[in-house]
Ligand binder design. Sequence first.
Ligand code: GLP
Length: 241
Amino acid sequence: MKIVQVKDYKEMSQKAAEVIIHKVKQENRINLGLATGGTPKGLYEAMIEDHRKNGTSYQHVTTFNLDEYIGLKEQDPNSYHYYMAESLFNHIDIPKFQTYLPNGLADDNNHECEQYDRLIQALGGIDLQVLGIGQNGHIGFNEPGTSFQSSTHIVTLEESTRKANARYFNTLDDVPTHAITMGISSIMNSKEILLLISGEEKADAMQKLLHGEISEDFPASVLKRHSHVTIIADQKALSGV
Ligand code: GLP
């Protein structure tokens, strides 16, 4: 794993945007894996700013998001469909039909999971996957204990994850209990991974990732087995290392 140390959230976002914009400009076709949460917001803002200023085009880009809550409508401001539309897709020139997220309202969730993995493979796999990390080491919504062999699946969210994400909802009760997430093996199939880590509340996770063992109890540790991972981490995230 290559570690790029940066000063703060702003610099992390800027650096991540540079990596993505460079790839997008270089390739004739590219599949990006995208994440939600607070961490990639600044990255998406930097991509939008670059699109406005420099005209970087996303017409040849296809995106696959990591996860979606079960039971929220696309128009629900807390759904990841809504987050992605508002935070990125509505502000760049990517065609909507080239942006994929798991459907959290499918009639048959297991079928939806299988279809999502099949679709990613059929369209050529993910070239570059952006990841954040949960305080407990989760990636996507793969909570501690998830099999490293897992493909896209349904998860019961840990209480700690629901609490951490409750800041976006009116009350903790409004936070869904289940989600659909790309599995660990789906994530590991990406050709390249860009992990963004910022802030004091991630310092423990950063420390465990760098110094802990590879274990399903700490999902992000699997990334040590991937041959092309870049971590961009800020000073606060690195404060415990
Ligand atoms: C959420 C998302 C993850 C994200 C993580 C960290 O639950 N499902 O994809 O990486 O938690 O979120 P944040 O960036 O807001 O700290």
